[in-house]
Every structure is written in structure tokens, then in C-alpha cells.
Design a protein around this ligand. Structure first.
Ligand SMILES: NC(=O)C1=CN([C@@H]2O[C@H](COP(=O)(O)OP(=O)(O)OC[C@H]3O[C@@H](n4cnc5c(N)ncnc54)[C@H](OP(=O)(O)O)[C@@H]3O)[C@@H](O)[C@H]2O)C=CC1
Ligand SMILES: CC(=O)C(=O)O
Ligand SMILES: [Mg+2]
Length: 537
């Protein structure tokens, strides 16, 4: 291929009409481009108009994915400059539909699909020199995509979307990022029977074969990119914590659904506490959904309360956890080991066996209710009214994604509580006029770009739980002065810098840093890339 065609076909080097006259002369681009020489700004304007003319957000998602695969710098400039409008498209909620319809809109390769039948070729697949610069990876096996369940190879939409935010918020150059999908099959029969499905048509590989595959993947990543960061994303409940525990000492890694979600939830609650002047330890917290996110939030809450002076038992006593078969009680439910930590003592709540949410709420009178169950409408009117009857300013966070799976809609929560509820949602919703406190988007996007940036800046040897606690505290502080509980999404880049600074400082305090500086904020800010064209070479 001629250098001219190479430059145009690689999304990292393609500038479209923005190639200069000098570059057109030098690389023989004349004729392959129309004569007009554009700028990044004029290109953004053209794409912005084209986006506005599309009929719905899914079409916009598809358009943006095409743009990312043809001109990556322009894609990132457009996203970074219009984050409020485009976050709901490249990320939740629209990315959910993007995963469900991934095969339908498949155009060009992006990232790596490591499929089980190719398990003997993992090293070979990672070896491509195009990946020499990789510093951060987001990996999923597609089994628990948002609240949408098993999306098989279509789950690749999530690593792609998360990494777009590594760039928009964390200032990573896209050439340093690699989305990976571990294709171990799918138990979604609709996908397997879809003639257009792009993944491996096989039931999910499980057990020791699955573990051996993931082991080989992790070993290959550690060898290919020593010091790189691996973010685990949207693995199903049974694998999420297990894989993190198994591999977290082997390479720099964290599970976003467990740890990132915990940090954003705790950070948002700490922000609420800073306003009310009441500590976390004075709350009664109801966790609805005790999977990866729920148990992660519960554990970090306990750590935060212990820092406020409570012992483990007293901290646990503030938390009531509900899973699929109701309130978790000692010896009464079939739940994971992580969820068992939140079981209410035997005999304490036997009368709540099989009780619905409204009955549990009436009895517990929670001050905080957090939904991470993926169950749309689970926060019923009765339950919310019962909460509002006992608490002046109930804190209610239906965090499940996408918006269609939220435990309640904020306008309904506000109506049922006469505007008193302090509301946080996982996905963005339209503003609610009647809400006394503006609705906040409580999403781990406030955490993961900064954690990755801070950990890599510090050359950290691991990501500790204390680093997540530091990120939660930094987030709460960054929210001071904001009208909602968190800064607006337009401030996400600054939030990532603040979080990264706190994470790097904590890495030093934990003895995990291999880099030293007395000014982390300046050092990290200087590392953050802004989308702009480089001279063609
Ligand atoms: N806002 C944010 O930043 C984030 C939001 N989330 C969202 O949280 C949700 C859960 O994610 P995650 O924890 O990783 O998923 P998991 O599957 O690990 O956990 C979901 C838990 O909810 C339980 N559950 C299912 N149905 C009910 C029910 N009717 N009542 C009570 N509990 C129920 C599940 O039980 P069982 O296993 O038996 O089905 C499971 O334990 C998703 O929708 C996800 O999008 C996740 C991460 C970040
Ligand atoms: C936000 C996120 O990570 C999730 O919903 O899974
Ligand atoms: Mg996730």
C-alpha cells in the first residue's frame, strides 16, 4: 500500500481534509482528498451537524463508532468538546444498545477479540507492533453487560466505550489503549442463532477451561506489556471478584464494577455527608443487589466507617443487603461469600423472610437506599413512600444501567417524596424540576479514568483498596461548591486529574509507587493528552 493510502486508512494517522498542503505534497495525497484544506474545528462542525440530523441516539452511536474507526483524533476531539451531549451516546445508556446490536453495525476491526478456539495463539495475537505503545487495557468477557446480561462478543462495545473515556477524561492518547474481548462463547441463544452474530457460536466455556484461558491471557499481557494496567469490566457476578483476587498481584489491575463503583458511590455519599454534617456511620444503608457492585460498595462503606472510628461489627450493622431471594440473613440465603459478609445476624430479622422491599424499608427505615440489581422498577412507590415517611431527606441511588434498567426513574422518586429525595442515577436522566437537590449521575466514570492515570503515573506495583478510598475522598472534596452531589460531567477531565493525584499520593503512602515527585498534580497534568493532529510522518 502507498504511504498515502496507509495514512488515510489508519484511524490514528488519518486527518481527512485537515492534511496540510505540505503533507499533501510530501505524501502524494493530492487527488485522494478534495482540494479544500480543513481544520479540526471545521471538521468537528461538519460532524456535529451530521450527528444532529440523525434520527436517534443509536444512529448517532453508530455514526460515532464509524468516525472513531476512520479518524480517531477527530472522534476524540468531538467527544471531549461535547462531553455532556455525547457521554450518553458513547457510554451508558446508548452503549447498551450498541452492544446488543454490535454485530448489526460491525464495520472495521477495533481492539482484540481473543476467542477460545484461538487460545494457543494469544501471544501471537498480542505481538502486533501496532500495540507496542499500549499502557492500559479494558477487558470483558461480555457476560454481564450493564444490566443487559450476556451479550457475547457484542460486549466489546463496553471496553471500547470505557477507553473512549480514558481519552476524554483521563487524557490518554488512543494509541496507548487497547480494548479486549475474551470470546468464550455465549449462553445467549438468540445471539448464537443470529446469522449475523460476529462471535464464537458456542455455549460459554466454564470451569477449569475458562480459568486456564484467562490465566494464559493474563500471563501474556504481563509479559507483553510489563507495568501496563488491566481493567476488568462487566464480568458476571461469579467471576468478577474471583478473577480480581486471582490476578491482582500478578499485574496492575482493578475491577471497575466492584472497586470503581464502590468509590463513586462512597464518594457521592461522603459528598452528601459533608453537606448534612452527619457521618456515614450515622446512616442506615439498604443495598439492593448484592452482586459485584453491591458487595464492592458495602466493603468500601465499611472501610470508610472504620476510618470514622466504628469497629467492623458496628459498621456492618449499618448495612442491610437484599439479593434476589430477599434480605440476606445469616444461614438463610444462598449467596456468595462476599455477600454473606452483610448477612443480618440470625434471629434479628426472621420476620422479614420473604418480605417485599416496602416491608423491609418500613422496618429498617433506611436513610440511604442504593440499587445495583439491574432490575427496572424495583424501587416501588410503596417502598419509597415508606422511606420518605421516616426520613426527611432520603438518599436514593438507583444506579443500575442502562436507564431502562434503573430501579426507579428520578422524576417518580421526586414525586413520591415531594422533592425531598436526594437522587443519584447510574445513567443520565432529564433534569427533575421539583427535586430540591439536583439529580446526580453516580457512575464509575468519575473514578476509573483517574485511578488508571494515577496508578500509571506513579508506576504503581498494584492498585490497593486504599487507593480507591483515596479516590472516593478526592471526589467528595471535588464536589464542594457543586449544586448536585458531584461536579457536572463537563468537569470530568478535571475530576480525573484530582482523582489521579490522590491515587498517586496514596500509592506512595502504600509503598507501591516506583516514581517520586513532590508535585503529583503538575506532573500528571503534563501527561494528559488533548486531541489534536500531529505532523504526519
Ligand atoms: N452506576 C454505576 O457506575 C454502575 C452500575 N452498575 C450496574 O449495577 C447493576 C449490577 O451490576 P453487578 O453488581 O456488576 O451485577 P451482578 O450480576 O454481579 O449483581 C446483581 C445482583 O443483583 C441481584 N438481583 C437480581 N435480581 C434481583 C432482585 N429482584 N432483587 C434483588 N437483587 C436482585 C443478583 O442476583 P442473581 O445473581 O441471583 O441474579 C446479583 O446478586 C447493573 O445494572 C450495572 O449496570 C454496575 C457498575 C457500575
Ligand atoms: C457503569 C458500569 O460499569 C456498569 O454499569 O457496568
Ligand atoms: Mg461495568
Amino acid at each position: 500500500m502507498s504511504r498515502a493510502r496507509e495514512l488515510l486508512s489508519d484511524p490514528l494517522t488519518n486527518k481527512g481534509t485537515a492534511f496540510t498542503e505540505e503533507e499533501r505534497d510530501r505524501f502524494r495525497l493530492h487527488g485522494l482528498l478534495p482540494p479544500h484544506v480543513g481544520t479540526l474545528e471545521s471538521q468537528m462542525e461538519r460532524r456535529w451537524r451530521a450527528l444532529g440530523a440523525l434520527p436517534d441516539n443509536f444512529q448517532r452511536y453508530s455514526f460515532l463508532r464509524d468516525l472513531q474507526d476512520s479518524n480517531e483524533i477527530l472522534f476524540h476531539a468531538l467527544v471531549a468538546n461535547n462531553i455532556e451531549a455525547l457521554l450518553p451516546i458513547v457510554y451508558t445508556p446508548t452503549v447498551g444498545e450498541g452492544c446488543q446490536r454490535f454485530s448489526e453495525i460491525w464495520r472495521r476491526p477495533r481492539g482484540l477479540f481473543l476467542s477460545y478456539p484461538n487460545r494457543h495463539r494469544i501471544k501471537e495475537m498480542l505481538a502486533d507492533p501496532a500495540y507496542d505503545r499500549v499502557r492500559a487495557i479494558v477487558v470483558s468477557d461480555g457476560e454481564r453487560i450493564l444490566g443487559l446480561g450476556d451479550q457475547g462478543a457484542g460486549g466489546m462495545g463496553i471496553p471500547i466505550g470505557k477507553l473512549a473515556l480514558y481519552t476524554a477524561c483521563g487524557g490518554f492518547h488512543p494509541g496507548e489503549l487497547l480494548p479486549i474481548l475474551l470470546d468464550v462463547g455465549t449462553d445467549n441463544a438468540r445471539l448464537r442463532n443470529d446469522p449475523l452474530y460476529i462471535g464464537w457460536r458456542h455455549e460459554r466455556v466454564r470451569g477449569p477451561d475458562y480459568d486456564a484461558f484467562v490465566d494464559a491471557f493474563v500471563a501474556a499481557v504481563a509479559e507483553r506489556w510489563p507495568g501496563a494496567l488491566l481493567q476488568w469490566e462487566d464480568f458476571a457476578g461469579a467471576n468478577a471478584a474471583r478473577l480480581l483476587d486471582r490476578h491482582r498481584d500478578q499485574l496492575l489491575s482493578f475491577n471497575d464494577d466492584i472497586q470503581g463503583t464502590a468509590a463513586v458511590a462512597v464518594g457521592t455519599l461522603l459528598s452528601a455527608m459533608r453537606r448534612t454534617g452527619r457521618p456515614l456511620s450515622a446512616q442506615r444503608i439498604l443495598l439492593f443487589g448484592a452482586g459485584a457492585a453491591g458487595t464492592g460498595i458495602g466493603s468500601l462503606l465499611i472501610a470508610a466507617m472504620r476510618a470514622e472510628g466504628l469497629d467492623e461489627a458496628a459498621a456492618r450493622a449499618t448495612i442491610w443487603a437484599i439479593d434476589r431471594d430477599g434480605l440476606i440473613r445469616e444461614g438463610a440465603n444462598q449467596v456468595s461469600e462476599a455477600a454473606r459478609r452483610f448477612a443480618r445476624p440470625a434471629g434479628e430479622a426472621d420476620d422479614l423472610a420473604g418480605a417485599d422491599l416496602a416491608t423491609i424499608v418500613a422496618r429498617v427505615a433506611p436513610t440511604v437506599m442504593i440499587g445495583v440489581s439491574g432490575q427496572s422498577g424495583a424501587f416501588t412507590e410503596d417502598a419509597v413512600r415508606a422511606m420518605a415517611a421516616a426520613v426527611d431527606r432520603p438518599i436514593i441511588f438507583p444506579l443500575s444501567n442502562p436507564a431502562s434498567h434503573a430501579e426507579a426513574r428520578p422524576d417518580m422518586l421526586s414525586a413520591w417524596t415531594e422533592g425531598r429525595a436526594i437522587i443519584g442515577t447510574g445513567s443520565p436522566f432529564p433534569p427533575v424540576k421539583a427535586a430540591l437537590t439536583p439529580v446526580t449521575q453516580v457512575n464509575n466514570v468519575y473514578i476509573f479514568p483517574g485511578v488508571a492515570l494515577g496508578a500509571l503515573a506513579a508506576g504503581a506495583r498494584g492498585v490497593s483498596d486504599a487507593m480507591f478510598m483515596a479516590s472516593a475522598r478526592a471526589l467528595a472534596e471535588a464536589a464542594d461548591g457543586a449544586s448536585a452531589l458531584l461536579p457536572p460531567v463537563t468537569a470530568l477531565r478535571d475530576v480525573a486529574l484530582t482523582v489521579a493525584t490522590a491515587v498517586a499520593e496514596q500509592a506512595v503512602a502504600d509503598g507501591l509507587a516506583t516514581v517520586a515527585t513532590d508535585d503529583w498534580r503538575t506532573r500528571i497534568a503534563a501527561m494528559m493528552w488533548t486531541p489534536e493532529y500531529a505532523a504526519a510522518e
